[in-house]
Design a protein around this ligand. Structure first.
Ligand code: SF4
Length: 317
C-alpha cells in the first residue's frame, strides 16, 4: 500500500519488558531441539505455549499438537507443554515406554513441589487460579482428587470452609493479575491468620514485570494494544491491567487483528506483548501503523530480565 503523503502523528509507547519470558523461550527450544534430534514428527501434548504464531511455526517444522497422550503413537517422542501436566500423564507415558520431554516451566514445577510439601505436612491447600486452564489442571493433578480446592475470586475466598482452619496453605497460578490476587490473599490471611504462604510469590517474575510495565504505559496512553492470543492467560491479564490503568485495551494476535477505527482520535498508543508472543509481531504492528501514521516510537526503560532456564539434559550436547 502506498503511504499517504501527509499522515497524522501518533506516539507509540513500547512497554518494557514485554514478550517472551524464560519459560516460553525454553519450551520452544525444547520442541526445536527435539525435532532436530529425533526427526519429525515430534508430538506435543497441548499447545507448547499459548500463541497461535508460535504453534504454527513449530507445526511447519514438524511438531504435531494433540490434546491427550492417547493420540500419540508409542514410538514417537512427546513433549509436555510449558503449563505443566497432571502426574498421571508422565506416569502413562512411562507405562507405555515412550520417550517424553517435559517443557513445564520451572516456575510452574516450583508450585507443584510446594503443593506437595503442604500436602505432606497435612495442610488443606487452596489454589488461586482459573478453572480449566491447563496450568491449573496440571497443579490440581499433582495430588489426589479433592486435596486442593480451587478458588477463583474474592467471593470464593470468603466462602471457603476448610476442615481445620489452623492448617491451611495457598498457592497460585503463575500468570494471574497481581492486584486481583493480592485482594484474594488478603481475605485468606484475614480469615486464616496461620495460613502457610509460598516462600516467594507464585505469580512469576515475567507476569509481574509485564503487568508493572503496562501500568506505567497504560496511564499515559489513549489505547493499549496487547499482542497475544485469546487463550494466553498472561496476555488477557495485560489487557485488563491496561484498562484498569485508564486506557482502552485490545488483545490482538498480530497486525491483521488491528482495527484502525480503535485509534480514531488517539494521540498516544501503548504496545506490549504477552510472555508467549514473539517480538516480530510487535514489529509487524508498528509497520502496519507506520503505513497510516507518522510514528514517534518511545521505548520505556526497564531493567533487563536475566532469568534463564536450563534445557533438559537429553537435549543438550
Ligand atoms: Fe514460566 Fe512465567 Fe513464563 Fe509462565 S509466564 S512460562 S510461569 S516464566
Amino acid at each position: 500500500m502506498d503511504r499517504p503523503a501527509i499522515r497524522p502523528k501518533l506516539t507509540i509507547l513500547l512497554a518494557s519488558p514485554r514478550g517472551f519470558c524464560a519459560g516460553v523461550d525454553r519450551a520452544i527450544q525444547i520442541v526445536e531441539r527435539a525435532i532436530q534430534k529425533f526427526g519429525a514428527p515430534v508430538y506435543v501434548r497441548h499447545e507448547i505455549v499459548h500463541n497461535r504464531h508460535v504453534v504454527e511455526r513449530l507445526r511447519a517444522l514438524g511438531a504435531v499438537f494433540v490434546e491427550e497422550l492417547d493420540e500419540v503413537p508409542d514410538d514417537r517422542p512427546v513433549i509436555f507443554s510449558a503449563h505443566g501436566v497432571p502426574k498421571s500423564v508422565p506416569a502413562q507415558a512411562k507405562a507405555r515406554n515412550m520417550i517424553y520431554l517435559d517443557a513445564t516451566c520451572p516456575l510452574v514445577s516450583k508450585v507443584h513441589v510446594e503443593t506437595q510439601r503442604h500436602y505432606d505436612a497435612g495442610r488443606e491447600i487452596v489454589l488461586i487460579g482459573h478453572a480449566g486452564h491447563p496450568e491449573v489442571v496440571g497443579t490440581l493433578g499433582q495430588l489426589p482428587q479433592g486435596a486442593v480446592t480451587l478458588i477463583e475470586s474474592a467471593a470464593d475466598a470468603q466462602a471457603y470452609t476448610p476442615k481445620n482452619p489452623a492448617k491451611v496453605a495457598f498457592a497460585t497460578q503463575t500468570t494471574l493479575s497481581v492486584d486481583d490476587t493480592a485482594e484474594i490473599v488478603a481475605i485468606l490471611r484475614a480469615r486464616f491468620p496461620a495460613i502457610a504462604t509460598p516462600h516467594k510469590e507464585d505469580i512469576c517474575y515475567a507476569t509481574t514485570n509485564r503487568q508493572e510495565a503496562v501500568k506505567a504505559v497504560g496511564a499515559r496512553c489513549d489505547v493499549l494494544l496487547v499482542l497475544g492470543s485469546a487463550n494466553s492467560s498472561n496476555s488477557v491479564r495485560l489487557a485488563e491491567v491496561g484498562r484498569n490503568a485508564g486506557s482502552a485495551a485490545y488483545l490482538i494476535d498480530d497486525a491483521e487483528g488491528l482495527n484502525l477505527d480503535w485509534l480514531q482520535g488517539a494521540r498516544v498508543v501503548g504496545v506490549t506483548a504477552g510472555a508467549s508472543a514473539p517480538e516480530v509481531l510487535v514489529q509487524g504492528v508498528l509497520a502496519r501503523l507506520a503505513d497510516s501514521f507518522e510514528l514517534t516510537v518511545q521505548e520505556a526503560q526497564a531493567e533487563p530480565e536475566t532469568v534463564t532456564f536450563k534445557l533438559p539434559r537429553a537435549l543438550v550436547g
